[in-house]
Design a protein around this ligand. Structure first.
Ligand code: ADP
Ligand code: MN
Length: 177
């Protein structure tokens, strides 16, 4: 299938739970006017899951249903997609893939504050240490569109936002010339 042609880019913001995706996406949406889609919430709202994993206290998503739901939205461009996993989205969906990262001590505190159970907490800390999501992104998308960004502090987030906004401006200039 030919790549999508769009005047406004689609941006995937991914990373281990707790790395700050939703906070960053919310602010990016405010400043860019792009739409923030929290895929986790979408899955809940539209029941795009097949079963519940009791040990991890989470739902097992139905990838086909999620893709069906997102295809039309993404064709419009100008979407910010917020999800902790990225390997099942087709490559052509995104123009930029951001992988947020935080040190495990900071991540631990953030997840503790969320009352994650011990199993889920350890699983996520391991995931961050092993850079599972970055690896997944590198394997699923052209490396030149994948960017890992440190998101440990409020200052980091501000820098990240500036960077992404600059990138959006450049993309828009190129798309209209
Ligand atoms: P995610 O969507 O990746 O799970 P959230 O955006 O919900 O992460 O953030 C998890 C927690 O970390 C929240 O309490 C949020 O306020 C905090 N947080 C997120 N980004 C930062 C940051 N850059 N600096 C400090 N705290 C942050
Ligand atoms: Mn989130």
């Amino acid at each position: 299938m030919a790549p999508m042609v769009r005047t406004r880019p689609n941006i995937l913001v991914t990373g281990t739970p707790g790395t700050g995706k939703t906070s960053l996406c919310h602010e990016l949406s405010e400043r860019s006017g792009f739409r923030h889609i929290n895929v986790g919430e979408l899955i809940h709202e539209r029941h795009l899951y097949s079963e519940r994993d009791e040990a991890f206290e989470c739902l097992i998503l139905d990838e086909d249903k999620v893709l069906d739901e997102m295809e039309e939205i993404l064709e419009q461009g100008g979407q910010i997609i917020d999800f902790h996993s990225c390997d099942f989205f087709p490559e052509r969906y995104f123009d930029l893939v951001i992988v947020l990262q935080t040190s495990n001590t900071i991540l631990y505190d953030r997840l503790m504050a969320r009352n994650y159970n011990e199993k889920k907490l350890q699983e996520n800390i391991q995931c961050e240490i092993m850079q599972v999501v970055l690896q997944e992104a590198m394997e699923s998308y052209p490396t030149e569109i994948v960017q890992a960004l440190n998101n440990e502090t409020v200052d980091c987030m501000e820098q990240n936002l500036q960077r992404i906004l600059q990138w959006i401006t450049l993309y828009s200039q190129q798309a209209t010339t």
